[in-house]
Write a protein that binds this ligand. Structure first.
Ligand SMILES: [Fe+2]
Ligand SMILES: [Fe+2]
Length: 498
């Protein structure tokens, strides 16, 4: 499902009653942190470690301030506020969507019971694991994107990158709050570990593969926000259904912030494709490197790569854990309450594909065993929307070429396709054929080097690097050429310090 927010990137329409955020506190929050001194102290002890992490592994380019959106209330009225703030003074805090006192567990064996305000003892380990895995992805992407601003194609794009970064930082806060508030000493230890594991670290990497891949350039960043942040959206969507109410409310608010990340990805790829299409139409060839844009065939390879590593994030198609999480009421399906079935899935079935004797076959499996696949299917359908939109840009330019999503089995490391080679159009290949052809499908060293060569910074207001089109509008009604970011040196000049 694509929401309006995906497409236009404006602040989503909040629902429910307004719950103001207390900004007079050291840790802004709408959870009455003041009333719980112990928790407050514990989180205040974690805060400087977070800031250290941000300084060491957050955005590398020195800036004076950035035009950022901050949540001011988690409700109907004006939840988002924009102003120029130094990034390290961004008001990271704890925001939960409004609670519903009548909320129930909506699926699994506890269906119909009142939603839990405390962690049920029997599910403690599982719940903590789910929160830690989600929490680990949030700072990971900030680390992956650390040096990107050095090659920003515009000040507008740089601002969007930083907005994504500070919000991922806040998502880490969201998960750390749950760990501190509900999981005692173990939770606090896990919160420390979330800052100790680092993306791509040989000895202490992030938990999930896609979060240890380097974000080498802006095309990959846009593909990442399109495909990998979208995985985040779907994972949050399942946790938003959780019977553990604080987790559900946390994830609901995170989803609202996440909409902007989808917007950055969708429009970033779109603007790249637009420039490429323009040069392709002008010169009648896909070989458009010399005209300062990225060939469509290379954009397709980036798409193939990021789609396939993001597909891996859903885990194995058949998973006992996912089934148990569902039955226990910990993690639901995407849009659980809108599904028209019994919400226990005790006797549902579905088809799934697998590889056997060198070909892709299908078999029938119990629905409850295939919930990762259920979520992945929703995700793939959503991914296809953006591709259609990008193809519209190609059509508008009068071109016949189209982008496409590769086959679900392409370039997979997890699940039934792992250990097999599948081409983008779904043909099972032997090792030799794969080796001979893989450079046609995933970016080669040479492709990445050529893309990197195009990544020259453009810091002049309202100007854009050659490979990307200007966006139709700015952020929050501001003009495209607005001074969204003041670089550090600029700050020194203005203050007469240099
Ligand atoms: Fe996030
Ligand atoms: Fe995100």
């Amino acid at each position: 499902m694509t929401t309006t927010d995906d497409r236009i990137g404006s602040a989503p329409d909040p629902s429910g009653p307004t719950s103001p955020i207390d900004y007079s506190q050291r840790i802004p929050n709408n959870v009455n942190l003041n009333d719980n001194r112990r928790l407050q102290r514990a989180l205040e002890g974690w805060q400087p470690k977070f800031l250290d992490w941000w300084r060491n592994l957050g955005p590398e380019l020195p800036t004076k301030d950035v035009y950022l959106r901050t949540a001011v209330a988690v409700g109907r009225d004006g939840w988002a506020h924009f102003e120029h703030v130094p990034m390290e003074e961004y008001r990271w805090g704890i925001f939960l969507a409004e609670g519903d006192p009548d909320r129930t567990v909506n699926f699994g064996k506890h269906k119909g019971e009142k939603a839990w305000q405390e962690v049920p003892g029997e599910y403690r380990a599982d719940l903590m694991r789910l929160i830690v895995i989600q929490g680990d992805t949030e700072p990971a992407s900030v680390e992956q994107q650390r040096v990107l601003a050095n090659t920003a194609p515009s000040i507008y794009d740089m601002r969007n990158l930083f907005q994504v970064n500070v919000e991922e930082g806040r998502h880490l806060w969201a998960m750390v709050y749950l760990l501190h508030a509900y999981f005692g000493r173990e939770g606090r230890e896990e919160a420390e570990q979330l800052l100790k594991r680092n993306s791509g670290d040989y000895d202490n990497p992030r938990i999930l593969g896609a979060f240890n891949e380097e974000t080498t350039d802006w095309l990959q960043f846009f593909m990442f926000t399109y495909f990998t942040d979208r995985d985040g959206k779907y994972q949050l969507g399942t946790l938003k259904e959780s019977g553990f109410d604080p987790l559900a409310r946390t994830c609901e608010f995170m989803l609202k912030e996440e909409a902007h990340h989808m917007f950055v990805g969708t429009t970033g790829v779109q603007r790249t494709v637009e420039r490429t299409a323009e040069e392709m139409a002008k010169h009648g060839t896909d070989d458009v490197w010399e005209h300062g844009v990225i060939p469509l065939s290379v954009i397709q390879k980036y798409l193939n790569f990021q789609f396939s590593v993001s597909m891996d994030l859903f885990g194995s198609e058949q998973s006992t854990n996912a089934g148990n999480y569902y039955t226990s009421g910990l993690k639901g399906r995407w849009q659980e309450t809108r599904r028209k079935d019994d919400h226990t899935l005790l006797d549902g079935e579905r088809e799934m594909s697998y590889v056997e004797d060198g070909e892709i076959r299908t078999k029938t499996v119990p629905m409850i065993s295939a919930l990762n696949l259920d979520l992945r299917d929703e995700y793939v359908a959503d991914c296809a929307n953006g591709v259609n939109r990008w193809n519209q840009a190609l059509e508008d330019a009068g071109l016949d070429e189209r982008l496409y999503l590769p086959h679900e089995g392409f370039h997979r490391q997890v699940g039934v396709y792992a250990g097999h080679h599948v081409s983008p159009d779904g043909e099972v290949l032997d090792d030799a054929t794969w080796e001979a052809r893989k450079d046609e499908w995933i970016p080669s060293e040479e492709d990445r080097a050529k893309v990197a060569a195009l990544m020259v910074p453009e810091y002049e207001l309202g100007k854009f690097a050659s490979w990307i089109a200007e966006p139709p509008t700015g952020i929050n009604g501001q003009p495209v050429e607005y001074d969204y970011v003041h670089l550090y040196e600029q700050g020194l000049r203005e203050e007469g310090l240099s």
